[in-house]
Write a protein that binds this ligand. Sequence first.
Ligand code: B12
Ligand code: SF4
Ligand code: SF4
Length: 307
Amino acid sequence: MEKHIVSILKSIGAVQVGFLNRREALFGNWIQPWLKNEYNGDMAWMRRNAAIRSDPCSILDDGKSIISIAFPYYTQTPGQWKDQHLISNYAWGEDYHVVVKKRLKKAIRQITETVPDFKGRAFTDSAPLPEKIIAAACGIGWIGKNSLLISPEWGSYIFLAEIVCNLDIDSTPSLPDRCGECELCVNACPNRAIADHKTVMATKCASYLTIEKHGEFSPAEERQIHYHLFGCDSCQLVCPWNKKLKALENSPFACDPKWLNLSLDDLAHLPESRFDELKIKSPLKRIKIDGIRRNARTILRNGSATE
Ligand code: B12
Ligand code: SF4
Ligand code: SF4
């Protein structure tokens, strides 16, 4: 049955699949130290749903296992962004929340039709499931020092998704941590936001500041934006496990050319009508027009733009 499920998931674009039985998916209150340090900043939602974070199968009545799934998103870097991504790779194309969810719904339909009594719910960054911890526990990869899940084959440019289901499936073995003595990501972080123990202090992270932070930036935060309009890839760009990746072709995550003809000045003064076009299918709609204008103004003030 596991092979059958894996083949369905591979047919919808998954590159890795692992199974985690509820017995091995009891994680305790792992998030507490991070919250105590208030690294969550404006992400108040990280304080909720402690019971699901601890026992993710409990999100489904009769949840017995988690199917952890990886989808790659590394695509060709637009020439003018080289090693300084104005927008992060994960957001260059269509919104993965929509693309991956659609794929998973299709897979669930196929599994339900062929596996008797199967019940499952699909998630990708859409629930308080600890997605990296789950993926690491069932052999998708290991959690690197930058706190991201690294697959030995697909690096860290992968989206994680899950199907929590009522099947009692044995867990796939985990993989060893292969960061070794490397500290490239820790040193590459422009804001020294990576602490020990695979911990990102989100309130210092340019990804948090550009995407999750509400309102205006403090002067210190302004400097931490550097050249980032949406998200940050610096701790992934240096990772040796991402160096040999082949860019995907014909991917919905490839950079939409609509982003390439806009100057920072255009973005800082973006008219509503233009934003209405740009936000279609894009993850950038999350920060709304005010977020784009704020971030672009800040980059211009920092004077560290790529153009
Ligand atoms: C909140 C969040 C953020 C926040 C905080 C990031 C962070 N590292 O905590 C911000 C906005 C900064 C962010 C940024 C990014 N994010 Co984000 N984010 C999340 C989210 C919603 C929750 C992560 C979380 O729980 N953080 C809280 C901290 C305390 O937990 P943690 O990161 O897992 O780290 C702890 C545990 O791993 C624990 N730990 C380590 N080993 C073990 C083992 C066991 C058994 C246990 C119990 C615990 C444990 O130690 C760590 C420190 O306490 C997840 C989706 C999800 N539902 O999981 C996506 C997710 C992690 N993000 C994702 C992405 C793509 C990004 C960005 C790359 C986007 C970008 N380019 O800007 C950046 C990367 C920044 C970075 N280096 O982390 C992907 C990562 C895919 C991958 N390969 O890992 C995810 C999984 C979404 C998805 N479905 O694909 N993100
Ligand atoms: S995403 Fe950028 S700011 Fe955040 S931890 Fe990684 S390198 Fe640092
Ligand atoms: S850059 Fe080095 S330390 Fe950081 S995640 Fe990659 S291998 Fe691990």
